[in-house]
Design a protein around this ligand. Structure first.
Ligand code: GDD
Ligand code: MG
Length: 360
């Protein structure tokens, strides 16, 4: 039996995600709340018991995920009164774990999509007899992450969260947000106060001579902090570039959920998802986008790499590229929305109100 803690809290999650009214972990990616993919992937890797550590709105998660039986696991919720930070949340959630002091405990950041071999990470942790094992990936720009240099055997040499100076950037290897802890190490984290696992626990463990083992696996890995990454993650799930047992349909160019209406002359590609009750009119071209439930894309709209919120509508010939249209927003015909623009929920944009291209 393998147990896991799923971190779903912190200040970031409280913010409205991408002008869509749903809390971030519950925004659908490839047709289901994003967290469903993490839970399903963990279950497929042999995890049987997950404790979800949240610091707000457990009532959002519980009605959907219930006791975990739909995923073939036991799922429990632990709610912090005040955010306890990543380390404090792990310590707090561990009260619900049942394994002994030496048993491995998986910990997942809740805002990562990865193709990591989870069972392989646990095996490697046990083979290395490590106190903590960390999945590491290489990225082009490591500044927004935790830097984790290792020696030739994978032993972690330092942990620098969000480096502030160029001198601190000594590696492109970063913390990918998935760990295996020896249970007794979690019990050594102070209880009842905020603790950052990245800024306090890992550096402290290194100072005390604990064995932190880095596993650099070159696999699909995406941090969903930005809306454009979220849309990308959804498209990659639909196309099967990263696999999740929770995707409600076969892999392909588009996932059209039951109750959606797609006109004959519309073209869907690039891992587009069309939610229940959404309508895509004739001549629309939709690429690598998420169209949430009840949204409408008018005739000849061109939508790519974008998220169209629930019940929103986009008028004829409007171009939406790399943008987010909030729930219930009404975008008129002949607009051009590009480059990270976000239309707030329920906002109304008249016909021909915004464009990016030069005057013709
Ligand atoms: N329950 C709970 N309580 N969860 C929390 C809290 C808290 O107080 N604070 C953060 N979390 C959760 C977040 O919801 C997220 O799933 C995870 O812990 C990591 O927190 P983020 O706020 O997303 O951190 P980050 O993205 O800046 O950096 C982290 O992730 C990077 C990889 O994406 C760090 O772990 C970095 O070292 C890492 O490279
Ligand atoms: Mg994050």
């Amino acid at each position: 039996m393998t147990e896991a803690i799923l971190l779903v809290g912190g200040q970031g999650t409280r913010l409205r995600p991408v002008t869509v009214n749903t809390p971030k972990p519950m925004v659908p990616a490839a047709g289901v709340p994003f967290l469903a993919h993490q839970i399903a992937r963990a279950a497929a890797a042999g995890v049987t018991h997950i404790v979800m550590a949240t610091c707000y709105l457990a009532e959002v998660f519980e009605p959907y995920f219930g006791d975990g039986s739909d995923f073939g696991i036991t799922l429990e919720y632990v709610v912090e009164d005040e955010p306890l930070g990543t380390g404090g949340a792990i310590r707090n959630a561990a009260q619900r774990l049942t394994g002994g002091p030496d048993s491995p405990v998986l910990v997942f950041n809740g805002d990562i999509l990865t193709g990591l071999d989870i069972a392989g990470l646990v095996e490697s942790h046990q083979a290395a007899d490590a106190d903590v094992s960390l999945h590491l990936v290489r990225v082009e720009d490591p500044r927004a992450f935790g830097l984790v240099p290792t020696d030739s055997e994978g032993r972690v040499l330092a942990f620098t969260e969000k480096p502030q100076t160029p001198e601190e950037i000594i590696t492109d290897q970063i913390n990918a947000g998935c760990y295996v802890f020896r249970r007794s190490v979690i019990d050594s984290i102070p209880a009842g106060r905020p603790v950052s696992v990245e800024r306090e626990t890992f550096p402290g463990l290194l100072d005390s001579g604990a064995k932190l083992h880095g596993v650099t696996e070159d696999t699909y890995w995406l941090d969903l902090g930005k809306p454009e990454s979220f849309v990308q993650a959804s498209a990659d799930l639909v196309r099967g570039i990263v696999s999740s047992p929770a995707v409600p349909g076969p892999r392909g160019e588009a996932l059209v959920l039951p109750g959606a209406v797609v006109a004959d002359g519309a073209k869907l590609s690039g891992g587009t998802v069309v939610g229940a009750g959404a309508r895509i009119e004739s001549g629309a071209v939709v690429q690598g986008s998420i169209v949430l439930d009840g949204a409408t894309l008018g005739p000849d709209t061109v939508v790519s790499a974008s998220l169209i919120g629930a019940g929103a509508s986009v008028g004829s010939r409007t171009v939406v590229n790399g943008a987010v249209v909030g729930d219930g927003a009404v975008v008129g015909a002949d607009n051009e929305l590009r480059a990270g623009v976000r239309v707030w929920c329920e906002a109304e944009l008249p016909d021909a109100a915004v464009r990016f291209s030069s005057d013709r």
